[in-house]
Design a protein around this ligand. Structure first.
Ligand SMILES: C[S@@+](CC[C@H](N)C(=O)[O-])C[C@H]1O[C@@H](n2cnc3c(N)ncnc32)[C@H](O)[C@@H]1O
Length: 274
């Protein structure tokens, strides 16, 4: 079973920058409510370049983190990012596939997963595998996006079609860019208890220039623009139409433009019997 090999965003320098920008711009929105007690053991799954890790350690400076990813390149970036931003943070880095993690049962008090399930062919199996690693009473936090939550002004069929290219390519790679809306049933069917999922909405207009720049432009439009070659190769759109879609997306960052996106943050508990 291929679980991660065709990861749609890839591991380029551009993607490293984009993940950092995304995490920094959205830190308050996505991390609020997540902090771990001194001494707790926390597993971050699919830590990538450490873009979320810096915010995790900032909110929980006394917790002990283990961060895992399949990509050695990303782990090296992550280690460097943490050294630069939080040199005293307690983080161990491990290269491993989340389906075959080298930890005994019940080794962690908490698990944190951000923007990972949406890239997996078997997200429910992943959640079950992670549940085994939580101690009874331990918690799981999962954050995922949902590209179906995008709407903007001025509207554009070309822009919507360009976004749809990303959704289709991610699906062809075995992932699901619309996973956010399915998070509650996914967590419940994976055997977790006390599941809550709440929307975390980004709405950007000119009164919030940091979101227009940091989210609409540098996180979202950049991500869609990055699939141009794959979309053209797959024959999903003509070059002309795709480029018009990106131009139209940029119009949403103008004086009269607005942009909306909703992330979903799930929290769940492993009960004794689960
Ligand atoms: C979109 S990135 C998110 C990175 C980070 N969580 C963030 O929010 O910035 C997804 C990450 O999941 C990792 N990944 C994908 N499949 C994996 C697997 N089976 N085991 C471990 N990591 C995986 C990828 O290597 C990539 O670094």
């Amino acid at each position: 079973m291929t679980t991660h090999l065709s990861y749609v965003h890839g591991y380029s320098e551009h993607e490293t920058r984009r993940l950092g920008e995304q995490a920094d711009t959205l830190a308050a929105l996505l991390h609020s409510g997540t902090s771990y007690l001194a001494g707790s053991r926390v597993l971050e799954v699919g830590c990538g370049v450490g873009a979320q890790t810096v915010h995790l350690v900032e909110s929980s400076p006394e917790a002990e983190f283990v961060a895992v990813d399949v990509s050695a390149t990303s782990l090296a970036e992550a280690r460097a990012r943490l050294l630069a931003h939080a040199p005293t943070a307690r983080v161990s880095w491990i290269r491993a596939d989340l389906f075959r993690l080298p930890f005994p049962e019940a080794s962690f008090d908490h698990i944190f997963v951000c923007f990972v399930l949406e890239h997996l062919t078997a997200p429910q199996q992943a959640l079950k595998a992670l549940r085994r690693l939580l101690r009874p009473g331990g918690t799981l936090t999962v954050i995922e996006g949902d590209h179906g939550s995008v709407f903007f002004h001025p509207d554009s069929a070309y822009a919507r079609a360009a976004i749809d290219c990303q959704v289709r390519l991610q699906s062809a790679a075995g992932g699901n860019a619309l996973l956010g809306r399915a998070l509650h049933p996914l967590l419940t069917s994976a055997g977790y208890a006390q599941v809550t999922v709440r929307p975390r909405t980004v709405y950007a207009d000119t009164s919030r220039p940091e979101l227009v720049g940091g989210f609409t432009r540098s996180t979202f439009i950049d991500m869609i623009a990055a699939v141009r070659d794959q979309a053209l190769e797959a024959g999903l759109m003509t070059a002309e139409d795709f480029d018009r879609g990106i131009t139209d997306l940029h119009r949403t960052t103008d004086e009269k433009g607005t942009f909306h996106y909703t992330f979903f943050k799930g929290e769940a508990v492993k009960t004794k019997e689960a």
